[in-house]
Design a protein around this ligand. Structure first.
Ligand code: SAH
Length: 218
């Protein structure tokens, strides 16, 4: 599924991701159309390439197919009014998309350890329709260690982790709402994208979805 979905514009990229069945959620596609990837990448000429880009500080903005894949896995948990946590929010691209999906009645929290990236992500988010969520406090991005989650705003319907954890962070599992879902890359040398579903009785089920390559959660 890799590297096939390049577009000449944001809209074309998204439509290619849909045509390849990577982006299967219409709600996610609708939100992605409102968040121009160009605003979140250092090299605007490559903004609509289906490839990751280095954003500095040993971080990368993930490839559009990875963003789409995670959004599709989480879409049912990103309904208007839901509460979502984006750990290792980096460029802020997904945080903005999550924000538009859960909207004003919901709450979106990004956590990123590099303060410069947080500042940059906030500037980029302000240039999108998610900027009003930021202004009104429905979307926030904190400088913090994401392994600890962000307890104050939890529990979360959806948690996305954008960096690979050596082991599943216990605090994040705890902050997942019963009935909620987390998508997290786990592993060091070889990594798997793991889906963590917490049932209403609190039982946690883990499913390995596919092999991936993310920067480490440090
Ligand atoms: N979804 C983001 C991914 C950015 S790369 C995007 O597409 O832009 C992963 C990010 O995780 C990096 O910005 C890195 O600084 C951050 N990170 C790594 N370990 C972290 C930790 N313990 N707490 C918070 N952020 C962390």
């Amino acid at each position: 599924m890799m590297w096939r979905c390049h577009g000449a514009t944001n809209a074309e990229l998204i439509s290619n991701l849909q045509n390849h069945n990577i982006l299967t959620s219409p709600e996610a596609a609708f939100a992605m159309c409102k968040v121009d990837r160009r605003l979140f990448v250092p090299d605007a000429r490559l903004a609509y390439n289906d490839a990751p880009q280095v954003i500095g500080y040993a971080a990368t903005i993930s490839a559009p197919h990875m963003h789409s894949f995670c959004l599709s896995l989480l879409a049912d948990y990103l309904k208007p009014g839901n509460v979502v946590l984006d750990v290792g929010s980096g460029s802020g691209y997904l945080t903005a998309v999550f924000g538009l999906m859960v909207g004003e009645t919901g709450h979106t929290v990004g956590v990123e350890r590099i303060s410069e990236l947080v500042e940059r992500s906030i500037d980029a988010i302000k240039s999108t329709p998610a900027g009003s969520l930021l202004e009104k406090g429905h979307l926030v991005v904190h400088v913090a260690d994401g392994k600890l989650g962000w307890e104050a705003c939890g529990p979360y319907d959806a948690i996305h982790v954008g960096a690979a954890a050596a082991e599943l962070p216990e605090a994040l599992v705890r902050q997942l709402k019963p009935g909620g879902r987390m998508v997290i890359p786990v592993g060091t040398n070889s990594q798997e994208l793991v889906i963590v579903d917490k049932s209403l009785d609190g039982t946690v089920k883990k499913t390995n979805e596919l092999g991936v390559r993310y920067v480490p959660l440090v």
